[in-house]
Design a binder for this molecule. Structure first.
Ligand code: CU
Length: 511
């Protein structure tokens, strides 16, 4: 009836992250055995009446309850922002500012938004640069970082380049990298006082997260699901007040019980009985999701942070940590019209509703798509010529999160890297006693995992990554080669509450 821990760990082992799920420890990492309301395996969704488009929903419940009542709101699938096409570039205007939007039915929520939108979508094409004119109408500083982007330092969203309230900044993204699901988020770093205090954790929490979907010819030549069957899903947690206010408490990251998908609380999504490509993104500050389809429908993972995997990987459950992206193909073709499939997180805390969203199969469809047995070979990053070690730990004395015993200092360069040289980074999580997960996200270049606790990565971690999570006591090694752009770049844990408490450093890339 319930999925056993052994089976869960075995499932994760296929993904090469078995030890990211400690057998004991705090709830953040402990797979919850499905409780009441969380059916175990083998219960297909009740065939219900397909929802007719245009049919009004039942009367909206009060916002306070709707925040926790799943499947009453349709998924918002963002339409791509329309660029101006200029001399070989796509030109976008992005205004960051506060906006009042309806996330919970019948309630207004003030968010920090790009162009007034929650989870907007920018589509970009390899070989065609994107130019963005960004106006900051917030009353806090803002620095835009393209997570996973290979871009010059001055456009990387370094805190020294942050736009103060009222400022205009231009960002130029070359798009000379492989197709991948990237995302745009705030990277400002707090000055620490009063009115202008800002940090990226809060701005991301309040809504400054956009999907940046980069495509290319290589990927287009594959028969994968595309167009309306290729859907970005920004998944995150949040906490709402009774009046719909988005409540932010930096230390309250264990108490954010509402899951949002593209801004919709636990939505339903009407699908055809065919294959879909789902681009799963974890845009939470600190929440870990272990995603699976409740009825046991397998997911085929085809991509990770840096784009397509060398080969697809079958998964019953997909671990997704903050900042990470995993693209899966899900096939609804053997589901009868009228059936429903729930996506849930097995890592929910006791007492939480594990439901993330529901797929409602509402029609038949022709499906010319398929998943080839080989996708895209990972690039050869060369043989490492030097080693670096990063030890991550929380210091209970100071309440700071440390990398190699230091907190972030914008006036300190932690090390220099030579462009073109392959490095091996060893990331060690020393928080065994405190039992806190950490991750590593270097800017500028993607990396390839060499080993996790001495063992080579499984198929799900065999492609390019830009963020890797290291469980307490774990050691992960990866090869990385910084190329093309000199200057100061950040590297940091992607648990945003840790970043706010110092878990970041900066490197300088040199020729
Ligand atoms: Cu951390």
């Amino acid at each position: 009836m319930t999925i056993s821990r052994r089976r869960l760990v075995a499932g994760a082992a296929v993904l090469g992250t078995a030890t990211a799920l400690p057998a004991s420890g705090p709830a953040w990492a402990r797979p919850q055995s499905p409780g009441p309301g969380a059916a175990g395996t083998g219960r297909p969704g009740k065939p219900g009446k397909p929802r007719k488009p245009g049919k009004p929903r039942k009367k909206a419940p009060s916002p306070a309850t709707s925040a926790t009542e799943p499947f009453t709101v349709p998924l918002t699938v963002p339409r791509p922002l329309r660029p101006l096409r200029l001399a070989g570039h796509d030109f976008h205007r992005l205004t960051t500012g506060e906006a009042d939007v309806e996330l919970l039915p019948g309630a207004t929520t003030r968010i920090r938004a790009y162009n007034g939108l929650m989870s907007p979508l920018i589509k970009a094409r390899r070989g065609r640069p994107v130019l963005i004119r960004q106006v900051n109408r917030l009353d806090v500083p803002f620095a835009m970082h393209l997570h996973g982007g290979h871009i010059p330092q001055r456009y990387d969203g370094h805190p020294m380049h942050q736009a103060e309230p009222g400022d205009v900044r231009y960002y130029h993204y070359p798009n000379e990298q492989r197709a991948a699901t990237l995302w745009l988020h705030d990277h400002s770093h707090g000055t620490g006082h009063g009115h202008h205090h800002s940090d990226s954790a809060e701005s991301i929490y309040r809504g400054l997260a956009a999907t940046y979907l980069l495509t290319d010819d290589f990927e287009d030549a594959l028969p994968l699901p595309r167009g309306r069957y290729d859907v970005p899903l920004q998944i995150r947690d949040a906490r709402f007040g009774d009046d719909g206010t988005l409540l932010y408490d930096p230390q309250g990251f264990l108490d954010r019980p509402t899951f949002l998908v593209n801004g919709s609380p636990r939505p339903y999504f009407e699908v055809a009985a065919r294959k879909y490509r789902l681009r799963l993104m974890n845009t939470s500050n600190d929440r870990f999701f272990l995603l699976r389809l409740r009825d046991g429908t397998p997911m085929t993972q085809i991509a990770s942070d840096g784009g397509l995997l060398p080969a697809p990987a079958q998964a019953w459950a997909v671990p997704l940590w903050p900042g990470e992206r995993i693209d899966v193909v899900v096939d609804f073709s053997d589901r009868p019209v009228g059936s429903q499939v729930v996506l849930e997180s097995l890592a929910s805390f006791p007492g939480e509703t594990p439901d993330v969203m529901r797929f409602d199969v509402v029609r038949e469809a022709r499906d010319p798509s398929s998943v080839p047995g080989e996708l895209r070979p990972a690039p050869d990053l060369g043989t490492p010529v030097l080693e670096r070690e990063f030890r991550m730990r929380f210091d209970p004395e100071t309440g700071r999160h440390l990398i190699n015993e230091r907190v972030f200092d914008m006036n300190r360069v932690d090390f220099r890297s030579r462009l073109g040289e392959t490095e091996a980074w060893t990331v060690v999580n020393d928080d065994v006693e405190m039992n806190i997960p950490h991750s590593m996200h270097p800017h500028l270049s993607h990396f390839r995992i060499l080993d996790r606790n001495g063992r080579p990565p499984g198929p799900a971690e065999a492609g390019l990554k830009d963020t890797v999570t290291v469980a307490p006591g774990e050691t992960v090694r990866f090869a990385v080669r910084f190329t093309d752009y000199t200057g100061l770049f950040m590297y940091h844990c992607h648990m945003m509450n840790h970043v706010a408490m110092g878990m970041m450093g900066q490197m300088e890339t040199v020729r």
